[in-house]
Every structure is written in C-alpha cells, then in structure tokens.
Design a protein around this ligand. Structure first.
Ligand code: FE2
Length: 357
C-alpha cells in the first residue's frame, strides 16, 4: 500500500526533507511530494489533490494554513499543522537530535494538533539519529594539505572541518578518581541551558565555586566583592595528577579556566554557539558513557572516547545529550595556544587521526 504524503514548506531545508522521505519510503512505503515556498492558493490546491496526508511546515494561522485546513477538511484528507512553536518545549529531544520544534512536531513528538500515527510508529530514536547524520554529515570540504594550512584551519574560516582529535596521553582513569573526590563541591552550571543537569567545579579560574564569568548570575558578590584573579583553586591541590597534566602536557599556556564538567544521566545542554564566528575550543573526555554525545550541527557526533581530547569549533551550533544512566565527565579548558607545543601536536595528530581516519 502506498501512502501519498505532501509536505508544504521547508522542513529544515530540502536535504532533510528528502532524507525524511527516503527513510520513511524505504521503511514503510510512503511516497513524498514537496511543495516548497513560494506557494499560493492555486499551487496548494493542485498539490493537495490525491494526497492521503498533508503536512504544513509553517506554524501558526497564516492564510495558506487556513486554506490548507479548510481544503483538506472538505476533501477528507488527513493533515497536520503545527499550531505554535516554543523553543523550550521539548529540550531533551532538541538537545539529543538538534531537531527544531517544527521538525519534532512533524515527527509526532507533540500532543497538540492532528498526527497520523501510521507515520510515526516504529520511528525509533536510532533511526532519527541516523536520519540526521545521513542528511548532514556527507558534505564536501577542503582538507588542510600543508602545515601552514593546518594552522590556518585553526585560525580562519578557510576550512570548515570542525574538529581534530589530539594525540595526547590523558591519564583519564586517575583524573576520574580525583574528580569523583571533589564532585560534591560542584555547583549547578547554566541552568537556563541545561535545566540543572550540568554541574561543574573550577580547578583553575576565579574560584572553585565560580564556573562562569564574574558577572554571570549566581556569583555570590558578598563572598567575592571584587573580581578574583584567575589562579589554581584549592580544589586543584586535591587533584595533583590533573593539575600536573595541564601544567606539563597540555598545549595551552596562560590558562584562564579549567573545569570539570559533569552532565548528569539524562542531562543535556541545549543547542547553542559559544561564539558567533569560528572559535576553537579545547575539551577532553575523562569518561564518556555510551549514549552520551556532543553533536555538532552539519557534522554529527564528535567521536569522543574516554581519555580523548579534541580541538573543535565551538562557534558552530552544538549540543550535548547524555542518554545514559551514568554522569558524563569532560573537561573544558580555556587559555592561549602554546604554538611551540600545539603546532607539532597538531601535525602529529592530523597524521594519526585526520578526518575520519
Ligand atoms: Fe558550548
């Protein structure tokens, strides 16, 4: 049996629309038609003819939506029109898949409006993730070819390649034991982005209990009436192996902040950019339970394993979801690149890991 589905408007752009169509067609024999903007009453009317089900990817009560609704009702065609979009409504799904609320609504993750259950049954989380990757991860890009290009990659927009695994030996098991010992000193970090599931302690920074900037909400100004100077905190003394690793091995200097960053089971960080432009961040995984991921829009999941360190572009949209029953522990490190250490390390790392090696 064929089910003719019509999609009016964009769903995350044509590539993802097509990926949805391919996935559902392969799995279930759906047949998809797309009507992309601009559209008008005539084109909509013609498009709807013969469809079993129509999705309108255009939230709210526009004229076209009203027209689609009355036309589908008259023709007894099933239809779905999202009636409102609220970015914070389903943070976990959004965090896990980077799916916009419109897309979630289309796939049925909402109780409001009409949805054809035939379309969403068996559509498991794994399939959705596969779909996301299939839609976005295969894309042309320019590899850095020479050392100069490799450093340029770090500093400029010339190469979109988003991450590089560093060939570092991270004593992650010992660091984990040290982190566990001070975990009860953690404070809740950026609850607006993580709903209280993100906890952190500062080893180097303004103070062990300041995990963001001095002016960020939550800093106790009676305890810290003036901005402290960045320094190793008292917690670093309790974590000597971790401290030594950053003093002797890590390719940054003049540190401004080094933190343990816990994402609790089921926790998340909503999609965001840490900078508007390309911006290289340093982050290493002390543990990385199966199901915990850092996802970068257009590229997919960064292949973190316990003890791996990456430089990656935190200026692209990214999000975190810990879909496991164990707390995930990474470290976020800020400082100046120590070019004498970092460039040879990048060369070595590129030869070893490159892109998808
Ligand atoms: Fe971030």
């Amino acid at each position: 049996m064929k089910i003719n589905v019509g999609i009016i408007g964009h769903i995350e752009g044509p590539r993802l629309s097509q990926a949805i169509a391919n996935l559902l067609k392969d799995e279930k024999g759906f047949q998809f038609d797309f009507l992309e903007m601009p559209y008008n009453k005539n084109s909509v009317s013609k498009f709807i003819e013969g469809k079993d089900l129509v999705f309108v990817c255009n939230p709210g009560e526009s004229d076209i939506n009203k027209y689609v609704r009355s036309h589908c009702q008259k023709q007894k065609i099933d239809f779905f029109i999202p009636n409102e979009i609220d970015n914070r409504r389903m943070p976990t799904l959004e965090a896990k898949y980077g799916l916009s609320p419109v897309f979630q609504l289309i796939l049925g993750y909402n109780n409001s409006g009409y949805i054809n259950s035939k379309l969403v049954e068996d559509l498991t989380a794994e399939k959705m993730l596969k779909l996301w990757k299939d839609a976005y991860i295969e894309r042309p890009y320019n590899f850095p070819k020479k050392d100069k290009d490799l450093w340029n990659w770090f500093e400029s927009d010339d190469c979109p390649y988003p991450w590089l695994q560093l060939d570092l030996n991270v004593p992650h098991e010992k660091m984990y034991m040290e982190a566990i010992n001070v975990k009860n000193k953690s404070i809740m970090h950026r609850s607006d982005e993580a709903g209280g599931t993100w906890n952190a302690t500062t080893l180097f920074g303004l103070a062990s209990d300041i995990t963001s900037g001095y002016d960020y909400v939550g800093v106790d100004k009676t305890k810290y009436p003036t901005k402290p100077k960045p320094a190793w905190t008292e917690l670093a003394d309790e974590c000597p192996i971790t401290k030594r690793f950053f003093m002797e091995e890590f390719p940054l200097k003049n540190y401004s902040r080094i933190r343990f960053s816990w994402i609790e089971p089921g926790g998340y960080i909503l999609p965001h950019q840490d900078a508007e432009n390309r911006c290289m961040g340093f982050n290493l995984a002390i543990n990385n339970p199966k199901g915990a991921g850092v996802y970068v829009k257009d590229w997919g999941m960064i292949p973190y394993e316990p003890g791996t360190a990456f430089i990656w572009n935190v200026g692209t949209i990214h999000w975190v979801h810990n879909d496991s029953n164990k707390a995930r522990l990474h470290m976020i490190i800020h400082g100046d690149p120590d070019k004498e250490k970092l460039l040879p390390l990048m060369r070595k790392s590129w030869d070893k890991y490159g892109w998808n090696k």
